[in-house]
Design a binder for this molecule. Structure first.
Ligand code: SAT
Ligand code: MN
Length: 613
């Protein structure tokens, strides 16, 4: 027997018909529409506890909270099994895994056929952004994972209203998820069903997502990376906006002037901490708008307007504690779903960096653990899932859905060397070049070797749903709709530079406010910056570092532009650009040439010592 995936429903189509077709293919025992009402949620949580898929945490220590433990082989996004199935291979580009959509549909049809047997198929209608906002987009996620349905209820705005709007003809994105573990009469269910065979497949032309075999994070919560970044980046390309892997914050200066900053960092590089930062500079306040995804669009006024399309945080637990992120620590005191953290004997959660290790724990795999055990108690990519409304610093826009005008865009990553603490691009094109050439040491958020430096343009390497060089072209083109005097200014930051002994040179966390405040003062025109070959640098004085007790080495190195490192950097960028077969936009190439030129010029007679540093 041959199976086919149901055709993607078109604009204004009947979603019930499509749901029936997916059910006919996947053959669940039952189909349940899930609107995440308090009653539905309570019932699904209780059922998950009964089935052993969630552990209820102690009601006094962690009210309304649960722990999920994943299969040990299903702990992060699987980039090697993430596919962009555009009609033409060149539309996926060299940084994506391309598959021909026709053969992928056939492959997926075979996997999805009967995949939900013995299980419940949940149909979850959701909105990205507050439903009435002009920037909002709708979707349906079909899933056979209660954990995914419950998590979608936190991470997106799930409601019956969305279904009504879809039934009334609103456009929507269809997404289908199966853990790929059908139940038969003689197979017992496990606490985390999944399949070693995995597919995270995107069809940009028909705007569909099909995900098979994994229950974890971005593989399973299809509204997040799959829809809000990969599919949305394609929508943005076609409609003149941008879907970005960025946090969003509002800083208000002591004089009361608000500044809106979006910042792109690769996964697990501190976006959640930065979005909830507690400034150590007196008078400055922070409000949180988002920690992972920003949709932005030029307005008629020549400014760039932004929203966070998500409704919750799926944050990395290890390293989150009262010292590093007191705001998040209090936000997850209740009503949180934890995944792959450790369990205390009192039925509370624990992870590295939360507090001193308790004497005895159950680790993320359910094994006994004591301090000194040679493996971490919590998986390095263990997570908390919590409503953004629980964040004490959440901005009013979370409720109103209003967009905010961006003043600055930051690009950052983890670089032990080369990249100074902060510098500003000379202009939009230079900023696009900075974004395009971002590099970072790999983290545990995806499979791969942790620590290896890889180029991660705009922190979008795993998330751009089309050709990376077309995406850079789109960034260049979007500036035509911006007023140069009102467009966001672009900066690069690196909190992770290390000294000779391997220690971080910069304290980070709340002290990052010193860098953000400098950025705001640049935007306001209050402070000069020194031109160097790589961009406009602050001085340590401009960053108000007095009182930080920086080491001599830190004072010397934090803002240093090292000739040898930058020679190696430009050579590595050139080599990397060569991998794009001549498709790097000329305006981006020109920025590389200008950078090489500026670096060479500092060696000419008369060049300033400051620029050479
Ligand atoms: O993609 S996830 O949502 O699992 C986490 C991340 O990589 O940012
Ligand atoms: Mn992310």
């Amino acid at each position: 027997m041959r199976f086919t995936l149901p055709p993607a429903p078109g604009f204004g189509s009947d979603c019930a018909l499509w749901v029936a077709e997916v059910a006919a293919l996947t053959q669940p025992d039952r189909v349940v529409w899930y609107y995440d009402t308090p009653d539905e949620r309570a019932a699904l949580l209780a059922q998950s506890v009964t089935e052993g898929k969630l552990t209820k945490l102690d009601s006094d220590l962690r009210p309304g909270s649960y722990l999920a433990r994943s299969d040990a082989a299903d702990v992060a996004r699987v980039e090697s099994r993430t596919f962009i199935c555009s009609e033409s291979e060149s539309d996926a580009g060299p940084t994506n895994n391309w598959r021909d959509p026709i053969s992928m549909r056939a492959e997926l049809a075979a996997r999805f056929a009967g995949a939900m047997r013995g299980r419940t198929m949940f149909v979850v209608p959701f909105s990205m952004g507050v439903a009435h906002s002009p920037l909002a987009r709708f979707g349906l996620q079909i899933t056979d994972s209660a954990y995914a349905a419950l998590s979608m209820g936190v991470m997106t705005r799930v409601s019956r209203e969305v279904r009504t709007r879809i039934d009334d003809g609103a456009n929507w994105v269809p997404t289908v998820h199966s853990v790929g573990a059908p139940l038969t009469a003689d197979t017992a269910d496990t606490n985390w069903p999944s399949n070693t065979d995995k597919y995270i497949a995107h069809f940009p032309e028909t705007r569909e997502v099909w995900s098979y075999g994994s229950g974890y994070g971005g593989n399973a919560l299809l509204a997040k990376k799959c829809f809000a970044l990969r599919i949305a980046s394609v929508l943005g390309r076609d409609e003149g906006w941008l879907a970005e892997h960025m946090l969003l914050v509002r800083l208000t200066s002591p004089e009361g002037r608000p500044f809106h900053i979006a910042a792109a960092f690769p996964s697990a590089c501190g976006k959640t901490n930065l979005s909830m930062l507690q400034p150590t500079l007196p008078g400055w306040t922070v409000e949180t708008l988002g920690d992972d995804i920003v949709w932005m669009k030029p307005g008629g006024d020549g400014r760039m307007w932004a929203i966070n399309p998500e409704a919750g945080f799926f944050g990395v637990a290890p390293g989150t504690g009262p010292g590093t992120n007191p705001v998040a620590t209090s936000m997850i005191e209740r009503d949180t779903i934890f995944t792959n953290v450790a369990l205390t004997p009192e039925s509370d959660v624990w992870w590295e960096g939360l507090s001193p290790a308790p004497a005895a724990l159950t680790d993320w795999q359910g094994q006994p653990w004591q301090p000194g055990t040679d493996r971490p108690a919590a998986h390095p990519n263990s997570r908390f899932t919590v409503s953004a409304g629980a964040c004490p610093l959440i901005a009013e826009e979370y409720f109103s859905g209003r967009a905010v005008p961006l003043d600055a865009i930051l690009f950052g990553g983890r670089r032990a060397s080369t990249t100074p603490l902060a510098f500003e691009a000379y202009n939009w094109d230079h900023g696009v070049f900075m974004g395009a050439t971002m590099a970072s040491e790999q983290t545990a958020a995806a499979e791969g070797t942790v620590g290896r430096v890889r180029r991660d343009p705009f922190a979008m390497l795993p998330f751009c749903g089309y050709n990376m060089t077309d995406y850079w072209e789109h960034w260049l083109k979007i500036s035509e709709q911006l007023d140069p005097d009102r467009a966001p200014r672009i900066f690069q930051v690196n909190w992770f530079r290390r000294g000779e002994n391997g220690d971080f040179l910069w304290p980070g966390f709340g002290d990052n406010a010193r860098v953000l405040a400098w950025i705001c003062r640049r935007v306001a025109g209050y402070v000069p910056a020194s031109p160097t070959p790589i961009g406009m640098l602050p001085t340590l004085d401009d960053l108000h570092v007095h009182g930080l007790n920086l080491t001599d080495e830190a004072q010397d190195q934090l803002l240093a532009v090292n000739d040898a490192e930058w020679a190696a950097e430009t050579a590595s960028i050139r080599e990397w650009f060569d991998g794009f077969d001549g498709h790097v936009p000329p305006r981006v190439l020109e920025q590389l040439e200008q950078l090489e030129h500026r670096l060479a010029a500092v060696h000419e007679p008369g060049a300033t010592a400051r620029a050479r540093h």
